[in-house]
Design a protein around this ligand. Sequence first.
Ligand SMILES: [Zn+2]
Length: 223
Amino acid sequence: MCMGVLLLAGVFMLSREVVHVVAQNQKAAKTIVVDAGHGGDDPGMVTETLREKDLNLEIAKRLKNYLEKAGYYVEMTRTEDKGLYEPGSKNQKAQDMQNRVAFIGEKCPLLTVSIHQNSYPDSAVKGPQVFYYADSVEGEKLAKCIQDCMNEKLQVESPRQAKGNTTYYLLKKSPGTLNIVECGFMTNPKEAELLQKEEYQKKVAEAVGQGIQEYLSQNANSL
Ligand SMILES: [Zn+2]
């Protein structure tokens, strides 16, 4: 009798553990990491009135909302104006980048999207651009899906193509599939104005989110 109870208790505990592990795996299978670029002491690109880190966070939060409504778990590298480094430490930027890569590694996501804003000396240059690691087949597929959705949904006048890159730290070092999404140019006055508007930020987030969904539906059988 006693053995029976122990055995039952054992089976119960084991099954709880199995359920927990299965739940964790299911979660990982539907997790997307959204990285809001810069933060804290690192403002990213700065103009007279704008800081890149603020726009990145706003758009990243809106992307999180969109993806959660679509049924995904979203893990954000930051949810406030903070970098991923210990305050006062040397090499804050290197520590910040290493911690972002480690964060992505821990979450084992389906994919990661890092949100940034672009800049260029010629203020006429504008429009979104998506970057992938040049050797990553999946990264390229994802980037094409996101770029196409942004070009279409944001009615971009002179659409760009997604671009391969081998030098950006996150592209080089991150495990899995990662894209850097440059939503627009802070150095173009018209685009800078749009990027501050809630409606436009939502549109950008939706375009990125739809691109992600398009990529995942194309790869539904292979992932
Ligand atoms: Zn940036």
